[in-house]
Design a protein around this ligand. Structure first.
Ligand code: IMP
Ligand code: MG
Length: 176
């Protein structure tokens, strides 16, 4: 089906907000090293831009979980597809996500990673859809709260496409 993308957050707005979060994290973690854990694939664009804006020492790791199929509805199933390379023990960890929607993925992931003995663990998400929350999740750094609409760009996909858009857009299916 053909679809159109309507801009919700421009490239400039997203970049400015990421810069501000990077500055905030640099202040909050002054004198420490932060270990950024990227949740693939959606979190990757955000994490790279964020890491560039952090001025304290940064290390990076990646993991992949599956929670969605090729449609726009949550399956509720969370599975580790790729685990981290490094242990989290005694690290100041920030989990970097593209979006918190129902909260199922993050709730599961934070429980699991918390058991690995990080010194501290916070959650940073580019987008948050608070209206959609099913499971309570504490978000420490949020880029933008957005309404309950399906968005793409900056790492977020619709059927694996549009991740490379430099802005956040809303998918409008033709005929709607
Ligand atoms: P949750 O477990 O429902 O919070 O879902 C989180 C995951 O669902 C995100 O990491 C995204 O991969 C995906 N997701 C949720 N909402 C959207 C959206 O609007 N666009 C694209 N992906 C989304
Ligand atoms: Mg994701």
């Amino acid at each position: 089906m053909a679809e159109k993308i309507k801009v919700l957050l421009s490239e400039e707005e997203v970049d400015a907000r990421i810069k501000a979060i990077g500055e905030q994290i640099s202040r909050d973690y002054a004198g420490r090293q932060v270990h950024l854990v990227c949740v693939l694939k959606g979190g990757s664009f955000f994490m790279c831009e964020l890491a560039k804006r952090i001025t304290v020492p940064v290390s990076l790791d990646f993991m992949s979980v599956s929670s969605y199929g090729s449609n726009t509805k949550s399956s509720g199933v969370v599975r580790i597809v790729k685990d981290l390379d490094e242990p989290l023990k005694d690290k100041d960890v920030i989990v970097v996500e593209d979006i918190v929607d129902s909260g199922r993925t993050l709730s599961y992931l934070l429980d699991l990673l918390g058991q690995r003995g990080p010194k501290s663990m916070r959650l940073c998400t580019l987008l948050d859809k608070p209206e959609r929350r099913v499971v309570d999740v504490k978000v420490d750094y949020t880029g933008f709260e957005i309404p309950d609409e399906f968005v793409v760009g900056y790492g977020l996909d619709y059927d694996q496409r549009y991740r490379n858009l430099p802005y956040i857009g809303v998918v409008e299916l033709d005929g709607e």
